[in-house]
Design a protein around this ligand. Structure first.
Ligand code: HEC
Length: 270
């Protein structure tokens, strides 16, 4: 009986009890067919992030404040709430995260960049990212693909373009870490309305300058960052999952006690 309960419990709670399950995502070269140049199917990339993984969330927060917060705000999230949820100590918050003029109870603002400057430099104001994983089709996977598909494009003012968001105004700010990638396109003939047209189809990336991180490390960097944004989009999911485990345990205990009670009541009837 107890084995059965345990099995049921593991089944119900899944990876949140099993802890940090970091499934490696095949993000790099995937040979499509033998003999052909390797084709990268970036549309099917998954972030594979796990919101119950606290250390991943902490690393993601660190990444966000180091690389994104200069341009992007999180206007629905307070510094203090984030610190509480992610178990970031008050000292760490003061020392590494809080801007000098901000209080812990403030909402997370974009540091430094004024909207007017942003519009001048990028032609667009960097959007608030509080709800980005919920606003975009594909959620966290969308943001993951966005962060991993910047490529060199001299025709763009930022010298960079993006497969997920063609003509993106955001510069390839992570190329120090992930490296500078060139995108290789091939020309494919297809028939549209009975007419033959030649379309450019993405084939694969070539790393022209390696980054400070290995591809696997960069992948984890992006996954952690996406994980953090996923949490910010729905902060209660962390607490909800923790509470969920206790609810399931409680229900199982209750079922067991009810069963004992039933046995007790019926034991003289037969
Ligand atoms: C130098 C300023 C700057 C920095 C730093 C920056 N971004 Fe951006 N970001 C932008 C701008 C500008 C846009 C608007 C792009 C557009 O709509 O074309 C943007 C857009 C986005 C979007 C929305 C894409 C969409 O579909 O609309 C996401 C997601 C994003 N950034 C994530 C990040 C993350 C994560 C980081 C940190 C790793 C980061 N950004 C760092 C300037 C920046």
């Amino acid at each position: 009986m107890s084995k059965l309960l345990l099995a049921l419990l593991l089944l119900l709670t899944g990876p949140s009890l099993a802890g940090a399950t970091e499934e490696p995502v095949a993000a790099g070269a995937e040979a499509a067919h033998e003999g052909e140049a390797e084709h990268v199917d970036w549309h099917s990339w998954h972030a594979g992030n796990e919101v119950s993984n606290l250390s991943s969330l902490q690393r993601g927060a660190r990444n966000f404040f180091a690389y994104c917060a200069s341009c992007h705000s999180l206007k629905y999230m307070r510094y203090s709430r984030m610190a509480e949820d992610l178990k970031i100590s008050t000292e760490q918050l003061q020392q590494f995260i809080l801007p000098p003029d901000a209080k812990a109870a403030d909402y997370i603002v974009a540091g430094g960049l004024s909207p007017a400057d942003a519009t001048n430099w990028f032609g667009k104001e960097p959007p608030d990212l509080s709800l980005i994983t919920r606003a975009r089709h594909g959620g966290g996977d969308y943001v993951y693909r966005f962060l991993k598909t910047f490529y060199v494009d001299p025709s763009r003012p930022t010298n960079a373009n993006n497969l997920q968001l063609d003509g993106a105004a955001m510069p390839a700010i992570l190329s120090d870490l992930g490296g500078v990638q060139e995108a290789v396109f091939k020309e494919v003939e297809s028939v549209v309305d009975g007419r033959k047209v030649v379309v450019k189809e993405f084939s694969h990336f070539e790393l022209s300058t390696p980054g400070l991180l290995t591809p696997a490390q960069f992948d984890s960097f992006v996954r952690d960052t996406v994980n953090f944004l996923d949490y910010v989009g729905e902060p209660t999911q962390v607490a909800r999952r923790q509470i969920g485990v206790w609810v399931v345990l409680f229900l199982l205990a209750l079922t067991w006690m009810t069963w004992l009670l039933k046995k007790e009541y019926w034991k003289d009837v037969h």
